[in-house]
Design a binder for this molecule. Structure first.
Ligand code: GBH
Length: 439
């Protein structure tokens, strides 16, 4: 806390990477250009009532056309690294089969454009935009989708190769299984726990199958996966709350950490889900638990769990998403990962950030709460680093305001403000703060 005001990058270990992150569907637009096919999000957004403002990512930040200007902004921020995702429907429009060279051209321009500006490219292969044609065959509940993902990943790694600093297979498989197939909040919007657990298994299998493809085509790049994680704490000492928190931890954290880092599903949670258990075949867990060069961690908040569900602690301050602001949770999480997973690979914080309605006046956007959020979380990260956690980088979410999934354009996570009428970009005060921090 004492160092909060004067925090600089020199406080972090030498070589520590600072970056910003985005994802394809949230920023690109150009939904039907150069051979891109519809993704499950194009289909989902067209259904009434699914997106709060009725919008879609059809135009978004128009980054597909404005990428050069956006790379200039990234360079102006002074970051070391930029994390972006590749849209599967641009690269393999039929989901499986022929590769669309024009789709790969775009990501090659981005990669080379970043390198030319001295910024490391960090690629995520799946940030939720599954080709819609694959959803017609069950999407991630269909085991074949894992094999299709590995083929698509090979095509990307073959084209971009070692120019990319790191490849992450999946972004947040909890979201693309539980939010998507169980809670119905994300595409494809179904509500079926067994389907979600099947999807989660096939997502992780897809990760396992893609890893050797990445290594074959990009042997010098780092390869790993990104998980959304957070402490799930009990609301009280009552046994029923403790049990509920343990279950929440099993579903949210350990369901993904244990297969990937230990080669097994958590036994307590497996028992609790009973007949909804996923279709695991012999050899799957071996594939899923193959070595990762890094673990990407997206941290937004903790959960405080009672028998009745999640609760907001009294006096908690929250972001515009209603998520509790709790930097200590990042330290706690990282210390716990180090204690519980002996083979833990080096960690990158691949996302951390907050939605706030910012106050624009003229060509300034005052967002002191975002600056506070970022600096307190960087301090929490530094605490974990000094306590011996091998953490090597931090990516702020997000480079710029963008399509916030089920919330459309109503929630703004950007360090850079986007005027959606004019597509004008404007560095918020938090971006200027990050820029000064990085100097
Ligand atoms: C990330 O997901 C995504 O990777 C990114 O695309 C997105 O724009 C960004 O976050 C902001 O949403 O749901 O109340 O129980 C983060 C998803 C956020 C899911 C925190 C779990 C826990 C609070 N996670 N959430 S709650």
């Amino acid at each position: 806390v004492a160092r909060a005001a004067g925090l600089t990058r020199q406080d972090f270990p030498a070589g520590f990477l600072f970056g910003v992150a985005t994802s394809s569907y949230q920023i690109e637009g150009a939904a039907s250009e150069d051979g891109r096919s519809p993704s499950i999000w194009d289909v989902f957004c067209a259904k009434p009532g699914r997106i709060s403002d009725g919008s879609s990512g059809a135009v978004a930040c128009d980054h597909y056309h404005r990428w050069e200007q956006d790379l200039d902004l990234i360079a102006a921020l002074g970051v070391d690294a930029y994390r972006f995702s590749v849209a599967w429907p641009r690269v393999v429009p039929a989901g499986r089969g022929p590769v669309n060279a024009a789709g790969l051209d775009f990501y090659e321009r981005l990669t080379d454009g970043l390198l030319a500006r001295g910024v490391q490219p960090h690629v995520t292969l799946y940030h939720w935009d599954l080709p819609a044609v694959l959803q017609d065959q069950g999407g991630w509940t269909n085991r074949d989708t894992a094999y299709a993902f590995a083929e698509y990943s090979a095509a990307v790694a073959q084209r971009l190769g070692n120019r990319v600093a790191s490849y992450a297979t999946l972004n947040e498989p909890w979201c693309s299984s539980v939010l998507s197939y169980e809670l119905g909040e994300h595409a494809p919007g179904t509500r079926d726990r067994a389907a979600a657990l099947s999807a989660a298994h096939h997502l992780m299998l897809g990760h396992g199958l893609a890893m050797p493809e990445i290594r074959r085509h990009a042997p010098q790049s780092q390869a790993g996966i990104v998980l959304n994680l957070g402490p799930q704490e009990s609301a009280s000492d009552r046994p029923e709350d403790i049990r509920a928190a343990r279950h929440a931890d099993g579903r949210f954290n350990r369901w993904f950490l244990d297969p990937i880092l230990r080669g097994e599903y958590p036994a307590d949670t497996w028992e609790e889900i009973g007949g909804d258990a996923p279709p695991v075949q012999t050899g799957d867990l071996n594939l899923i638990s193959a070595h990762n060069d890094f673990l990407g961690v997206n941290y937004y908040t903790r959960g405080v769990i009672g028998a009745q569900g999640g609760v907001l602690p009294e006096g908690a301050s929250v972001t515009d998403m209603g998520w509790e602001i709790h930097p200590q949770g990042l330290t706690d999480l990282l210390l716990r990962l180090k204690a519980d997973y002996p083979g833990l690979p080096p960690i990158y914080i691949t996302e951390n950030g907050a939605a706030f309605s910012d106050e624009r006046s003229g060509d300034r956007v005052h967002d002191p709460r975002r600056t506070e959020f970022l600096s307190t979380h960087l301090n929490a990260l530094l605490d974990a680093s000094q306590a011996g956690v091998d953490v090597r980088g931090y990516f702020a979410w997000s480079l710029m305001d963008n399509f916030e999934w089920a919330f459309g354009y109503e929630k703004r996570f950007g360090l850079i403000y986007v005027d959606y009428d004019t597509q004008e970009r404007l560095m918020k005060d938090s971006a200027l703060w990050y820029q000064a921090f990085l100097k």
